[in-house]
Design a protein around this ligand. Sequence first.
Ligand code: COA
Length: 151
Amino acid sequence: MTEPTLILRTLNDASCASALEPLFKKSTGPPLPFLMNLLAQPSCHAWSCWRGDLVVGAVWFQCVEGVAEVLDLRVLASCRRQGYGKQLLEASLQALAPVERVDLEVRASNEAALGLYSGLGFRATGRRSDYYVTLEGREDAILMTWAPEQV
Ligand SMILES: CC(C)(COP(=O)(O)OP(=O)(O)OC[C@H]1O[C@@H](n2cnc3c(N)ncnc32)[C@H](O)[C@@H]1OP(=O)(O)O)[C@@H](O)C(=O)NCCC(=O)NCCS
C-alpha cells in the first residue's frame, strides 16, 4: 500500500500553537504550552506534519553538542497506524542531521512507540524502574538510542 503524502513543517515559534491543539487532546506526555515555550531555545528542534490542512503529527527534540533527545512525538489519534509516525520520525531524523546519536525514553507499556522506534533502528540501552506515574501506580521507562549508520 502506498504511504500517504506527508508535508513536513519546521516549528519556529508559538504562532502555530492552536493548530497543534488537536494532537494534545486526552493525551499523556509533556503539555503543549511547555513544548511551545521550548521553541525559544536554540537547542530545541521541532517539526509538524500535515495532510492538507490537517495536522497529523509533531515531534520535538532537544539537541546539545551533537546528542539529540526526543522530547515528544505524537500522531493524531484518528490518524494512527497509517505510517505517519514512521514518516515523521524518519524525516525529522534526516532534518536533524548531523547528530552523533538520538536518545529517548518510553513507557514500557507503550507497544506502539516501542514498535515504531525499534523498527527505525533504535535499540534499548537501559531501563528506569518505576519512572512514570500511571493510574494504577508506576511503570518503567525504557531508554533507547539511535545513531546514524557509519559509512
Ligand atoms: C507512537 C505513535 C507516534 C505511532 O504513530 P503511528 O503513526 O500510529 O505509527 P505508524 O503507523 O507510523 O507505525 C509505525 C510502526 O510502529 C508500530 N506501531 C504503531 N502503532 C502500533 C500499535 N498500535 N501496536 C503495535 N505496534 C504499533 C508498528 O511497528 C508500525 O509498523 P507497521 O505498521 O509496519 O506494523 C502513536 O501511536 C502516538 O501518537 N501515540 C501517542 C503518543 C505516544 O505514545 N508517543 C510516544 C512517546 S515516547
